[in-house]
Design a protein around this ligand. Structure first.
Ligand code: BGC
Ligand code: NOJ
Length: 808
């Protein structure tokens, strides 16, 4: 069953029915003001921090799932409907939602009235614009009413949904002309308020929710809308909302545009008030007048489109398969940008309350983002590094507003520090900017204790070496990349958090995954030292890497695949001798990616085992057999029913590691097959089964052991976006920046005959044309018409265009 289609020229996904298998959402905003918006207008808005600066309310786990959000009601002579279908849910003669690059536009038509609402957060604005375009498609004059509704959230989204004894007495608003101001807590320590205005005079308004709805009404039939009359209510406590009433006459064929602005304003402490108790509205008025015409919205939209064209044109592929092309040219980089901005904070699966910026998550998100806006990646690296602790370990998360490590989540995930090396190295390779390594960065945000970034990387590397276990393998700590493999937790308390509970001292449990990551990141660290002329340091680092490689091959090999770990008792995890959880994906991907076992048969054996034991119709499973009962010595991983999340789903983040590993071993067909199984554009045809958006990756797809095998969850914010980007562009298409040049080493499946790929890097443009013929797989390069030795193309001057022809 089809719910829509890709419009690649417009860079949009077009949804043609409100009845998708799940709300299919998009993100508005690119800088600091963001909105989550579903195809029926659901979702919410915040500035910078989804927890502490939430402008509008939206209820997770609601019935129906996607109630509330951005509500527009039309009362057409008693016939009530919503142009975005929700919240009224009345049938529409025509429905279309277009999710584009940081904007969405939803159109509904009923009884000859067409209403298109375009939602956009303009560049440089802390506001969401809703342009409502009404068209009378009939040849008779029509009179109707339009009601808007935004439900204000009392800023702190956690408090907003818990602390009613206080909150129901707090709400304050002001109304001036067509602008409604939400100023709860502005009287005390807040210096910000929200404004919701429209660019024409209004016939009425409401700011008190119960006045608008009536106490016993519902989303579909608010009293004010049904009666066609706003109450002009001024909220005092209870639940402040913003609603405008507009009475509109439309001549036959007439089209009218209304521009609503939902904005956020901050005032300086000494400039908060215009008169006692009256907020200073200057900035809000400027914002409203900046977007007071439909032309200003068009201008904002085209500016945004240009911005995205500029970003996306840095890389472009043409392969003959539109599904591949649209993933690379549009949706994968777009998802990388959103994920980079949000980390794991706000999606339809992440509540925006709990998850700050993850240390490892942010460092990995960089991998898919750094080519887009390297300066912002640079800033992020320095922010992340500033939360590292002096011993090289890391807070697991930091809060975006304060940029400080999150005490309540703590640390002890022993893989975390290594991702800082991975992120920094990716940045340096992309930009050639070695000066970042000289930046003085504090430890634990303490300016008294600061050192060059290079020293942070050194401590990341050393942290692993200072924490080796009985087999010379890295101690796992609280967990490694797999947050749920908690070998030192031993939790028996219902509901206790595996992420924050006190754990054993953990001097026994070791992770083969961290060992692989140590080798992978360590090589990059050594390369950086080399580039800085510190060859002694590089040599020493490489000695440690060799030792680690030996330790893995000696103690981390199970016979046909890499072991996962040793537990608290020194027993094997992820071994054929276990009854469940015999093989895990993470060490197979990471160790082979790191080159461990490439010279022996181990690497290929590990990949064979993945293919034989973990491959499924919907991607590569995290482990097999899934755990069927709780095991206190393994932790959260065994809390999930078989086939979900870390207990044997297709945890998509890990699949690209195997793809990269496969290309390393020249297994082109396998790599591409794995990608197609999880790539959303390829899953569009099974949208019913997949359920989440067909344009972005999901964190997980239920595994073979789950009743809902093949069903995706946790779409949008996942390391899957960045790693798939790396796998497909850098290893399958095979064009990747290295320190000394652009590596061009395609590893393409036979079904891709010819592929051309444009890659901008360090100011120059590389036009790579790949002819993928049958052969021994080793690529032959011609650079600007001349035969070229090897696969490394030296970086050209900024502005240069380099043509690389490759025959594979
Ligand atoms: C999830 C993990 C997540 C962790 C951290 C667990 O419940 O299964 O995927 O990383 O929580 O919040
Ligand atoms: C999601 C977390 O955000 C990520 O950091 C972690 O690696 C995976 N879950 C696996 O547990």
């Amino acid at each position: 069953m089809s719910y829509g289609y890709f419009d690649d020229d417009a860079r949009e996904y077009v949804i043609t029915t409100p009845h998708t298998p799940y709300p299919w959402i998009n993100y508005l905003g690119t800088e600091e003001f963001f909105g989550l918006i579903s195809h029926t207008g659901g979702g919410y808005t915040f500035c910078r921090d989804a927890l502490m600066r939430r402008l509008t309310r939206w209820r997770y786990n609601n019935v129906p799932t996607d109630a509330g959000g951005r509500c527009y009601y039309i009362n057409d002579g008693g016939d009530i409907w919503s142009p975005t279908w929700s919240p009224v849910g009345a049938d529409l003669d025509h429905f279309e939602a277009r999710h584009g690059m940081s904007y969405s536009s939803i159109t509904g038509e009923r009884n000859g009235i067409r209403c298109e609402v375009t939602f956009v957060v303009p560049l440089g604005a802390t506001a969401e614009i809703h342009r409502v375009r009404l068209t009378n498609t009939t040849d008779s004059a029509r009179s109707l009413q339009l009601f808007s509704l935004a439900e204000f959230c009392l800023w702190n989204a956690a408090d907003d949904s818990t602390n009613y004894q206080r909150n129901l007495s707090l709400g304050e608003v002001e109304v001036e002309g067509s602008a409604i101001y939400h100023k709860t807590e502005y009287r005390e320590r807040r210096n910000h308020y929200a404004v919701y205005g429209v660019n024409v005079p209004i016939q009425g308004y409401d700011t008190d929710r119960e006045s608008f709805f009536g106490l016993r009404s519902n989303w579909a039939a608010p009293d004010a809308v049904v009666e066609g009359k706003s109450r002009d209510s001024i909220a005092s406590g209870w639940a402040p909302v913003g609603s405008h009433q507009l009475d509109i006459d439309l001549a036959p064929g007439e089209q009218r545009d209304l521009v609503f602005v939902l904005g956020y304003v901050e005032n300086a402490e000494d400039d908060k008030w215009e008169a006692p108790g009256v907020i200073n509205k200057r900035k809000a008025e400027a914002l409203l007048s900046r977007f007071s015409t439909s032309a200003s919205v068009d201008a904002a939209l085209s500016e945004l489109k240009e911005y995205w064209s500029g970003l996306l044109e840095a890389t472009a592929v043409s392969s003959g398969d539109p599904r591949l092309d649209r993933m690379i040219n549009i949706w994968n980089p777009y998802q990388c940008m959103v994920t980079f901005n949000m980390s794991r904070s706000a999606s339809y699966f992440e509540s925006g309350l709990g998850r700050g910026m993850g240390f490892r998550d942010s460092a990995q998100d960089l991998l898919g983002f750094v080519h887009l806006i390297p300066e912002r990646a640079r800033e992020r690296i320095l922010d992340v590094a500033a939360t590292q602790l002096p011993d090289g370990s890391a807070y697991h998360q930091y809060q975006p507003l304060t940029k400080r490590g999150n005490e309540s989540v703590g640390g002890g995930f022993n893989d975390d520090p290594l991702w800082l090396i991975e992120g920094t190295a990716a940045y340096v390779r992309e930009t050639g900017d070695l000066t970042i390594l000289e930046e003085i960065v504090p430890f634990d945000n303490d300016p008294e204790n600061a050192a060059p970034l290079l020293e942070h990387l050194a401590r990341s590397f050393q942290h692993v070496l200072a924490n080796l276990g009985p087999h010379g393998l890295p101690l796992i700590g609280r967990a490694d990349w797999n947050d749920c493999l908690n070998l030192n937790a031993f939790s028996t308390e219902p509901g206790e958090s595996f992420q924050t509970m006190e754990t054993q001292d953990g001097r026994t449990a070791e992770s083969i995954f961290i060992a692989g990551l140590f080798v992978h990141a360590g090589e990059q660290y050594a390369d950086i030292l080399e580039a800085l002329g510190m060859s002694h340091g590089a040599t020493t680092a490489r000695e440690r890497i060799v030792e680690m490689t030996h330790a893995v091959l000696e103690h981390g090999w199970d016979g046909s695949w890499f072991l996962r770990a040793y537990d608290h008792f020194g027993d094997k995890v992820g071994s054929a001798q276990n009854d469940e959880g015999q093989i895990f994906i993470e060490p197979q991907g990471m160790c082979v990616m790191a080159g461990i076992g490439a010279e022996t048969s181990h690497a290929n054996q590990a990949l064979d085992s993945v293919n034989a034991r973990l491959n499924s119709d919907h991607g590569i499973l995290l482990l097999q057999p899934a755990f069927t009962r709780f095991r206190v010595e393994l932790g959260e991983i065994t809390t999930y029913p078989p086939g979900y999340k870390e207990n044997g789903s297709v945890f998509c983040h890990t699949n690209p590691w195997v793809m990269i590993a496969a290309t390393r071993q020249g297994r082109a067909e396998e790599a591409y097959e794995y990608w197609k199984k999880i790539a959303p554009a390829f899953r569009e045809e099974i949208a019913d089964r997949h359920r989440t958006e067909p344009y972005v990756y999901a964190q997980m797809i239920a595994g073979r052991d789950a009743p809902s095998y093949g069903e995706a969850k946790n779409s949008w914010l996942t390391g899957t976006a960045a790693w798939n980007w790396v796998a497909i562009t850098q290893y399958i298409i095979g064009v990747r920046p290295e320190l000394d040049g652009l590596r061009v080493e395609p590893c393409l499946a036979a079904e891709i005959a010819d592929l051309s790929y444009v890659r901008h890097c360090r100011g120059a443009e590389y036009r790579v044309n790949i002819a993928n013929g049958p052969g021994d797989g080793s690529p032959k390069l011609t650079v600007d018409g001349l035969a070229h030795e090897g696969t490394l193309v030296a970086y050209a001057e900024p502005g240069a265009v380099v043509v690389v022809d490759v025959v594979v």
